[in-house]
Design a protein around this ligand. Structure first.
Ligand code: DOR
Ligand code: ZN
Length: 428
């Protein structure tokens, strides 16, 4: 199986040809000979390493009406991803070797991206006792990222114990930072706007307090901590301080927190309800700056598909969460590349290299270089299109970008040299 990609611009640099043979990049140069290979004309397209998502909700097992491993994998491939971490808040919860192996196997069968299961930190996400972290790490799924996402590991003693365990497993705790006592009934960012709209507020301090506590714990234990979906300027400041002190902490920001603000709540359209909530313009600016300077390591989608009956209700009863996989790269192009905050190498670093390193993935997040696995995407950065939720591959429709014109089109995605997407269409 060989493919010759002609005229692509790796990291937006000079145009070259790339030869992919048996899943490996075997040659990079000008005027390479096709010699029986399938030829893909990539003139004008930017080539990047396949994207890696640290935070995807695939909903299988349990809510296959909202998403399955297969439909979520297709959405991911169309977004330029070659690996996604599948969050543990499924039904049953991914808190045993059996469930994580099931999710991993479903991902292999779908064959569109590498589906890497996240293991729950606590049994049933209940925050009471630790799940079987070692058994999940030793399973076929090779779990390295552990998270109760959707819930915070709120008990500090349990969090400390989790950090001690994952340290021994070369793993990481990915914390959904939300002090639950401060967010009872919360519906949106707490501020003037929540008061005016009459929606209960979710204060920035509920996130920042947990991050501050956890970086101190991670430093004390000497373990790795990852902070999910950072959403406030204060969180960025705490992370910057912790990193300057040598704490092994990494963090992610979602595309929606890079683009949207709590002004969206004015519509009372529950498509904009998400946890943590959309924040202020000052927060958005701080998140962009933090991602640009590397204080925030990664963009992670928090792709959160929801069935119509769970999402299209009044604001207070709608589930939090929004789709993200298919538009993530476009949002990063709009919010980071076009304003000059990140170049293409920066995009590769924050969307592929660093997330792969955090998840301890060996064959993803590798440079576009001879001898490396052929996991890559081809992007047309100048193409602009309007998002039509009906056209998404996800089984759900809760896209906050409906009707928005966004830049950038993923033309092709290759997983181990095989096209999972070609001409913007999924190949399975
Ligand atoms: O908005 C969210 N949706 N935040 C979470 O933490 C969980 C997620 C979900 O599972 O729907
Ligand atoms: Zn979360």
């Amino acid at each position: 199986m060989s493919t010759l990609i002609t005229g692509a611009r790796p990291y937006g640099e000079d145009a070259v040809d790339l030869l992919l043979v048996d899943g490996v990049i075997t040659a990079i140069g000008t005027d390479l000979s096709a010699d029986g290979a399938q030829v893909v004309d990539a003139a004008g397209l930017v080539a990047l390493p396949g994207l890696v998502d640290l935070h995807t909700h695939l909903r299988e097992p349990g809510r296959e009406d909202a998403e399955t491993v297969e439909t979520g994998s297709r959405a991911a491939a169309l977004g330029g991803f070659t690996a996604v971490h599948a969050m543990a808040n499924t039904d049953p919860v991914a808190d045993t070797a059996g469930v994580v192996e099931q999710v991993w196997r479903l991902g292999q069968e779908a064959g569109l991206v590498d589906v890497v299961p996240v293991g729950a930190v606590t049994v049933g996400l209940r925050g009471e006792r630790l799940a079987e972290l070692g058994a999940m790490a030793d399973s076929a799924a090779r779990v390295r990222v552990f998270s109760d996402d959707g819930h915070c590991v709120a008990d500090p003693a349990l969090m400390r114990r989790a950090l001690e365990y994952v340290k021994a497993l070369d793993g990481v705790v990915a914390q959904h930072a939300e002090e639950p006592r401060l967010t009872v009934g919360a519906q949106m960012n707490e501020g003037d706007r929540s008061a005016r709209l009459g929606l209960a507020g979710w204060p920035a301090a509920a996130e920042e307090a947990v991050i501050a506590r956890d970086v101190l714990l991670a430093g004390h234990v000497g373990a790795r901590l990852h902070v999910c979906h950072v959403s406030t300027a204060g969180s960025v400041e705490i992370l910057r301080w912790a990193k300057s002190r040598g704490v092994q902490v990494t963090a992610e920001v979602t595309p929606h927190h890079l683009l949207l603000t709590d002004e969206c709540a004015e519509t009372y359209d529950p498509v904009f309800k998400v946890n943590p909530p959309l924040r202020t313009d000052a927060d958005v600016q701080a998140l962009r700056a933090g991602l640009a300077d590397g204080t925030i390591d990664a963009v992670a989608t928090d792709h959160a598909p929801h069935a119509v009956e769970d999402k299209e209700s009044e604001w207070a009863s709608a589930r939090p969460g929004m789709l993200g996989l298919e538009q993530a790269l476009s949002i990063v192009v709009q919010t980071m590349v076009e304003p000059g905050l990140l170049d293409w190498r920066g995009v590769a670093d924050r969307m592929s290299v660093r997330p792969a390193a955090i998840g301890r993935l060996e064959t993803h997040g590798r440079p576009l270089a001879v001898g490396e696995p052929a996991n890559l995407l081809l992007l047309d950065p100048t193409h602009r299109a309007t998002v039509d939720p009906a056209a998404l591959a996800s089984r759900s429709r809760n896209s906050p970008y409906a009707g928005r014109e966004l830049p950038g089109r993923v033309v092709a995605t290759f997983l181990r040299g095989v096209a999972t997407v070609m001409d913007g269409k999924a190949q399975k």
